[in-house]
Design a protein around this ligand. Structure first.
Ligand SMILES: [Zn+2]
Ligand SMILES: [Zn+2]
Length: 613
């Protein structure tokens, strides 16, 4: 890296410069590596299919792709052959050579080679330049690509890559342009990392919340309500459990719950700035010649709520929690199950604090985050985003706020990284990423300081000096949205929710008709102890009922026959541990209550089982 720009290792140093050599540990290095693998892909494709035209081949978060114009779509056998050729070229350890060609010559070269798209790229991207950079890989044919680089020095550096699939694409992503075939692949520094990634992809497919949501009867979607969830009874149970869990965490921490309107006059959005910056993502409604909008977020409603009463410094911190639905007019093409929805609710809150209270309030918030993710068995990490170049307010206010956030993170014992200049323009923030059971990271919680909206909405409190002061607002959510968090939990637990979260916690399975009455006695006893119960009365074989309950991932199956009915017992089978033998009903109730209170998850057992399956 020279002067903060990634370049080739062979880059000539013409003057004094800040130089850093990238290693496998640098994220930029993986990007270079993957982009170089895309060149390898194009070299292999042009050797095997001489009539193709090459488009672009960028790296992505997950790997890389390359677009080609081909006479017929690629089939899986093509991918195998291409990957094999890529391995041969890699093994040849050919040099990725950067050459500067006169622009005219480069255009003529690609035109003669039948690559009009490359000609177009050069003409668009290098207007006014005398020379353009190309990269060559010299194998049986010379592969030349127009590219600014950088790349690995030789193809032999590329050791662990795999082609994944193909899809239809268009030149420049525009359906009016030439149709192309996109080949996706991924690459890692080691075979071990590549295999771990491929295992994760397979495991993620099995855990896909859209599939499990259907199989477990949690929710549905319909094309007439794009991006909005139909919560079925079991899904609604899960949703309400989480909503009430969050209330149970927040109320003792000093929050109050409010409910604010869903639809507001556009005047509110003009005041908050959303009309200017966010209007295209809002659903608009006409009413009595006024333009109204369904709220995409709670903040402005909470400011009006705050301003509806007079506040003294003694009332602060004041913490409003709200779970009402929000709507964002996302393009239908980007919607994805519960993860990207048009209608969702957040475990949202706004804390109104004095400037002196910021540090302590943020520390309390971090402790809440630690407690909540701990209850779900989700490891997490924190990122502190600091003042961007474009910001409002004095640099000294920012310094003070950032210093308080750092102290709060340290006092809460949180390790964190710094995202320099990545704060919102109205204040610094802390974001939290959780890591699920198969190692994927999801950003969920956020704690965001805001100095601007209290100004916009003229929010105030009376200080101890009897004068008026501005509070600072802290926007914060821990789950993020309920919908997305539920998607994460479904995939994290692979649908096998821990006992405290399972929509149905136990099913009673009578062996024969004569045991049905006792089965209901058992179910009733557990329901009175607060458990969510089912009785499977169907005249099916007991083995069949057990298998069905297992597929529904119900934590406990309580088999009852003559002996259990006579002894007031249940034969317990656990979803994860198999047959646990016969127990007195009271003993089972006590141990199940204990398991719910501990919120223990059998996650490690479940995930290793899943990986073996
Ligand atoms: Zn390149
Ligand atoms: Zn907010």
């Amino acid at each position: 890296m020279v002067n903060d720009r990634v370049v080739d290792l062979t880059h000539p140093l013409q003057e004094d410069a800040k130089v850093r050599i990238l290693t496998n540990r640098d994220p930029e290095a993986l990007t270079v590596y993957r982009h170089s693998t895309a060149h390898l892909l194009a070299a292999a494709v042009t050797q095997l299919f001489p009539s193709v035209q090459c488009g672009i081949g960028p790296p992505t978060d997950e790997g890389f792709f390359y677009d080609f114009v081909v006479p017929r779509p690629f089939v899986p056998e093509d991918l195998e052959a291409i990957e094999k050729r890529m391995k041969e070229i890699a093994a040849g350890d050919f040099i990725y050579e950067r050459q500067m060609w006169p622009r005219d010559e480069a255009i003529r070269f690609f035109r003669e080679r039948g690559e009009p798209l490359k000609v177009q790229l050069i003409e668009e991207k290098t207007e006014g330049q005398k020379d353009v950079s190309v990269y060559t890989i010299k194998d049986r044919d010379l592969f030349v690509d127009f590219c600014v680089g950088p790349h690995v020095p030789t193809s032999g550096k590329l050791k662990a890559f795999k082609l994944l699939n193909t899809s239809n694409a268009y030149w420049k992503g525009d359906a009016r342009n030439q149709p192309m075939q996109r080949v996706y692949g991924t690459a890692f520094f080691s075979e071990k990392d590549l295999q771990a990634y491929l295992t994760q992809v397979e495991e993620a497919k099995k855990r896909d919340h859209r599939k499990l949501g259907r199989d477990l009867g949690l929710f549905a979607f319909h094309q007439w309500a794009p991006g909005a969830t139909f919560w079925l009874d079991k899904g609604t149970t899960l949703y309400n459990l989480l909503a009430n869990y969050m209330r149970g965490v927040l109320f003792p921490a000093g929050y109050v719950e409010v409910k604010t309107p869903l639809i507001y006059n556009k005047a509110l959005w003009e005041r908050s700035g959303h009309w200017k910056h966010y209007r295209k993502d809002m659903f608009l409604i006409e009413s009595e010649n006024e333009t109204m909008s369904v709220k995409p977020m709670n903040c402005p409603g909470h400011f009006l709520t705050y301003a509806s009463q007079v506040h003294s410094y003694r009332d602060l911190p004041l913490r409003f929690h709200e779970q009402t639905p929000l709507h964002r007019n996302e393009a239908s093409g980007v919607l994805s199950g519960l993860v990207r929805a048009r209608q969702f609710s957040q475990d949202d809150a706004h804390c109104f604090v004095t400037p002196e209270q910021i540090g302590e309030e943020v520390e309390r918030l971090i402790q809440l985050v630690q407690r909540v993710y701990g209850d779900f068995g989700l490891p997490f990490e924190a990122k502190l985003s600091t003042m961007p170049d474009e910001h409002m307010g004095e640099a000294s206010t920012w310094d003070h706020a950032e210093a308080q956030l750092k102290v709060a993170l340290e006092r809460a014992g949180m390790r964190y990284t710094i995202n320099a200049k990545d704060g919102a323009f109205y204040g610094p923030k802390i974001d939290f990423d959780v890591t699920d059971a198969i190692g994927r990271k999801w950003q969920c919680a956020t704690i965001q300081l805001d100095y601007m909206q209290p100004e916009n909405f003229d929010l105030k409190y009376t200080g101890a000096d009897n004068a008026e002061h501005r509070p600072v607002v802290i926007h914060r959510a821990i789950f993020g949205s309920f919908e997305r968090f539920i998607a994460i939990l479904i995939e994290h637990y692979a649908g096998a929710f821990p006992l405290w979260l399972a929509p149905v916690q136990a099913v009673v399975l009578p062996i024969a008709d004569r045991h049905v009455a006792y089965a209901h006695t058992v179910s009733q006893r557990l329901a009175e102890a607060g458990f969510r119960m089912q009785v499977d009365e169907r005249q099916e074989k007991i083995g069949y009922k057990i298998r069905e309950a297992q597929l529904q991932k119900i934590p406990y199956m309580l088999v009852v026959g003559d002996r259990e009915a006579a002894e007031g017992a249940v034969a317990v089978r656990s979803r994860s541990g198999g047959d646990l033998g016969s127990q007195p009903l009271d003993a089972f109730v006590a141990s199940a209550c204990d398991e719910v209170n501990r919120k223990s998850s059998q996650l490690s057992a479940i995930s290793s089982q899943q990986l073996e399956a």
